[in-house]
Ligand binder design. Structure first.
Ligand code: ADP
Ligand code: RBF
Ligand code: MG
Length: 170
């Protein structure tokens, strides 16, 4: 059932460049689902913020919740490669216990180590599908795997218009 989920890549008018710290979530990604997701720090306070924090807030406040396709880089980590990522934005309705939206990126790459506290750069290029509640955990797991396959297939070899957003690798 989950595999029949309709996916299209709806390109954003201009890619969204998001830069923020990787924070801890519920620890559910790897443990329960088998997919680690790097959760982006979001500043929920009102008032003035640094430009990067403001950009993340604007993104979650104005964009549809759902699954997005992105390019991603842990610029200050041991592995600063630029990789494709399937990004979940919203409420994780399958679990239904979030008090705030999250932005979580599953980078389609095997990292040798965790990168909590590092800076994640996300260039969000398109919308894939809405977030859903599934009949079972297996349904959600199958959908996430298929999202990864979809993003892997739909994005090219390298970001086309990153405008110098990604930091050059050493
Ligand atoms: P949490 O709920 O704390 O986000 P997860 O189980 O989702 O826990 O694991 C996420 C962490 O795993 C990330 O913050 C990152 O440090 C690490 N990680 C390792 N490989 C990846 C990857 N390919 N994509 C995303 N995060 C990864
Ligand atoms: N959570 C949902 O509740 N419904 C979804 O449809 C959903 N799709 C996801 C797709 C991808 C590619 C990723 C990485 C996550 C998705 N999630 C979804 C979020 C998932 O519940 C969350 O990453 C884990 O709970 C760990 O925080
Ligand atoms: Mg996570």
């Amino acid at each position: 059932m989950a595999q029949q989920l309709a996916r299209t890549l709806r390109r954003l008018p201009t890619p969204e460049a998001l830069t923020g710290a990787v924070v801890h979530g519920f620890g559910r990604g790897s443990a329960q689902l088998g997919f680690p997701t790097a959760n982006l720090e979001i500043d929920w306070t009102d008032g003035a913020k640094a430009p990067a924090a403001q950009r993340i807030r604007n993104f979650v406040d104005t964009h549809d919740t759902g699954i997005y396709a992105a390019w991603a880089q842990v610029a200050d980590g041991d592995d600063s490669g630029i990789y494709k990522a399937a990004v979940s934005v919203g409420w994780n309705p399958h679990f239904g216990d979030l008090e705030r939206k999250t932005v979580e990126a599953w980078l389609l790459h095997d990292f040798a180590a965790d990168f909590y506290g590092r800076t994640l750069r996300l260039l969000v290029v398109g919308y894939v599908r809405p977030e859903l509640k599934f009949d079972s955990l297996d349904g959600l797991v199958a959908a996430i795997r298929a999202d990864g396959d979809f993003v892997e297939r739909e994005l090219g070899d390298a970001p086309e218009d990153d405008d110098g957003f990604f930091v050059a690798s050493a």
